[in-house]
Design a protein around this ligand. Structure first.
Ligand SMILES: NC(=O)c1ccc[n+]([C@@H]2O[C@H](COP(=O)([O-])OP(=O)(O)OC[C@H]3O[C@@H](n4cnc5c(N)ncnc54)[C@H](OP(=O)(O)O)[C@@H]3O)[C@@H](O)[C@H]2O)c1
Length: 288
């Protein structure tokens, strides 16, 4: 059975859990030392049902995309949902078209399911960047477009310029990282038919290190692990899906086990109100 999808009113659908790939193939520089294991991990994730794979041109300076390209060789392309992102340094019209073509080449595919502006750029006009994304859809190189790390105001502006629907804003959101709530971005997404794709759901594993009593109570109530509660808290919310990175088979199984069931609205709200350590940007992340 596949991972359940969340649908917009427009019909656009995205699996409630996808595979993140930050760190696979390097971070700010390419790293080939672990290629075989990472390719195996991506294949295992696809086999486990994680067909949404999220990457970006900057991840390992393109090497993450190359590893995904290797891992998906022989996989029915129509069963996959591939997302990549263009770095803000490339947000000119020509820059976006060129970056997209390079990502397609590294991924070994003729189209992306979703292409995002990785961050808002104050250096490049947003209307030009959005028009470039629209052109990619018209040229059938990209199926859907979206943004990442955009404020509510920038998202609204992007929607004003877009011919094709902005289907998502991919942002930092988890039990402790609450910027999308305090800025009312989450509320805006619900109201305006945009999916909020929450990245870093387990705070790079740090959320699982010291489990507060409230989390323990939820684990007992739902008979789930802290990682599953952290992921479910996101996907139990309207308009929210998430991405988790793992190269570990046991973590993969655990994370997939967070899908297909939901927390009650009441429990989602208890965790929203009472989960300790909430901040716009969590302290441990500022330090890390
Ligand atoms: N748009 C953006 O600017 C942006 C920014 C950050 C992230 N993202 C995307 O979102 C994805 C997810 O975010 P993230 O990678 O920063 O953080 P994350 O998914 O919260 O955490 C990944 C880390 O947690 C560990 N982990 C995963 N599942 C676990 C489990 N069940 N138990 C214990 N540890 C577990 C992983 O280690 P193992 O591999 O050992 O399991 C990995 O070190 C990224 O990979 C990327 O695709 C986007």
């Amino acid at each position: 059975m596949g991972i359940p999808v969340k649908k917009l009113k427009s019909g656009f659908a995205l699996p409630e859990l996808g595979l993140g790939t930050w760190g696979m193939g390097g971070r700010h520089e390419p790293d080939s030392s672990n290629d075989e294991a990472e390719i195996t991990a991506i294949k295992a994730a696809i086999d486990a049902g994680l067909t949404h794979i999220d990457t970006a041109e900057v991840y390992g300076v393109g090497h993450s995309e190359e590893l995904i390209g290797e891992a998906i060789k022989g996989v029915n392309r129509s069963k996959l949902f591939l997302t990549s992102k263009v770095a803000k340094e490339n947000h000119t019209c020509d820059g976006i078209l060129e970056s997209c073509k390079k990502s397609l080449k590294r991924l070994g595919t003729s189209y992306l399911d979703l292409y995002l502006l990785h961050h808002f750029s104050s250096e490049c006009p947003l209307d030009e960047a959005i028009q470039a994304l629209d052109m990619l859809v018209d040229q059938k190189l990209v199926r859907h477009i979206g943004v990442s790390n955009f404020t509510k105001e920038h998202l609204k502006e992007a929607q004003k310029y877009a011919k094709h629907q902005i289907v998502c804003n991919q942002v930092y959101y988890n039990l402790q990282a609450r910027e999308p709530e305090s800025s009312r971005l989450l509320e805006y997404c619900k109201k305006h038919d945009v999916l909020l794709v929450a990245y870093r759901p387990v705070e790079k594993g740090k959320l699982l290190e010291e489990v507060p009593p409230l989390m323990e109570e939820m684990c007992v109530k739902y008979q789930k692990t802290p990682a599953q509660i952290a992921i479910s808290w996101l996907i139990s919310q309207e308009n929210v899906v998430t991405l988790v990175k793992t190269s570990n088979p046991a973590h993969l199984k655990e994370n997939v086990g967070a899908t297909g069931w939901y927390m009650t609205k009441g429990d989602v709200e208890i965790l929203r109100r009472e989960y300790p350590g909430q901040a716009a940007v969590p302290e441990q992340n500022r330090l890390g």
